[in-house]
Design a protein around this ligand. Structure first.
Ligand code: C2E
Ligand code: CA
Ligand code: CA
Length: 277
């Protein structure tokens, strides 16, 4: 694959890496084809800062993989491979259905406005039947569509912007909300905010890390917030860890906040003990 006219050295270390990868691949295939029992969804609270006492207004669903053979694996360590192997589709279907079911349960338990956010990789988004899949989940779970938010990133949007726009447009027509995740990183362009049918912008946590420390981050958050207001979009800020960050964001009138300051992603039982019961 590297082309002709080059020399590459072989080492045992490479062998270990690729055999580990094969191992992960084999186990992931099995887990994904096998009812997804090894995957578990954690929930991280999202806080509404516009209301007094900053109540929880929902959660982001974040997947974990408990592999009996490989141990506990964080999403950053397996989602990219799952995307490459196409396994993100069955895994993602599982997350979407479970999370929507759970949110409907919260709604029925006295929190009719709690929302759940589900991450959709671009691979999932570009499936030919994605709109139908979302529609089926709405019908099966009977969740109020406005309580389901799909988080997408810009990463591949530029490849096929027309298709992406049409799919997200159809999803929004179902009443489901769309959030642009990790805004400000990767292939970000302010133009995407105008082009992509959207409801919420999630500002990436790298800007929050430097909030109150460097002027650029403060100005960036403020600028995106102004733009969002003008376009009637809501802002959710991720990665809030400290009191200073929280105070500043509140002063800026940011609508939604997510971060370790309020709560880490936790198992569903834990989330419900704290925020539902
Ligand atoms: P993401 O969508 O940007 O999710 C937020 C990540 O930031 C989560 O990592 C969360 O635990 C972490 N986080 C939240 N608050 C804080 C904070 O205050 N400080 C710090 N340092 N980190 C914070 P996690 O759960 O490891 O997920 C990593 C990424 O994996 C996610 O990033 C998302 O891109 C992907 N991912 C997770 N679940 C799914 C899924 O079901 N489907 C897809 N396609 N991707 C997923
Ligand atoms: Ca996300
Ligand atoms: Ca994010």
């Amino acid at each position: 694959r590297s082309g002709k006219n080059c020399v590459q050295y072989y080492s045992d270390a490479d062998e270990d890496v690729s055999s580990h990868r094969l191992d992960v691949e084999k186990n992931m295939r099995k887990a994904a084809m096998d009812s997804c029992d090894e995957f578990e969804i954690y929930y991280q609270p999202i806080i509404d800062v516009t209301k007094e006492n900053n109540p929880c207004c929902g959660a982001e669903a974040l997947i974990r993989w408990n592999s009996p053979e490989l141990g506990f694996i964080a999403p950053d360590d397996f989602i990219p491979l799952a995307e490459y192997l196409g396994l993100i589709n069955p895994i993602g279907d599982f997350v979407l259905l479970q999370a929507a079911k759970r949110c409907k349960y919260w709604n029925d338990m006295g929190h009719p406005n709690y929302k759940v956010n589900v991450n959709l990789s671009v691979v999932q988004l570009l499936q030919s039947d994605i709109v139908k899949k979302v529609q089926d989940v709405l019908e099966e779970t009977r969740i109020n569509p406005k309580n389901l938010t799909l988080e997408v990133t810009e990463s591949l949007a530029i490849n096929d912007m027309g298709r992406m726009k049409s799919i997200l447009g159809q999803i929004r027509e179902l009443g489901v909300r769309v959030a642009l995740d990790d805004f400000g990183t990767g292939y970000s362009s302010l133009n995407h905010i105008r082009e992509i049918p959207l409801d919420i912008i999630k500002i990436d946590r790298c800007f929050i890390k430097n909030l109150t420390k460097d002027d650029f981050s403060d100005a960036f958050v403020q600028m995106v917030h102004e733009l969002a207001k003008a376009l009637d979009l809501k802002i959710c800020v991720e990665g809030v860890e400290t009191d200073e960050q929280y105070e500043l964001l509140k002063k800026m009138n940011i609508e939604m906040i997510q971060g370790f300051y309020f709560g880490k992603p936790v198992k569903v039982e834990e989330f419900e003990k704290q925020y539902v019961e």
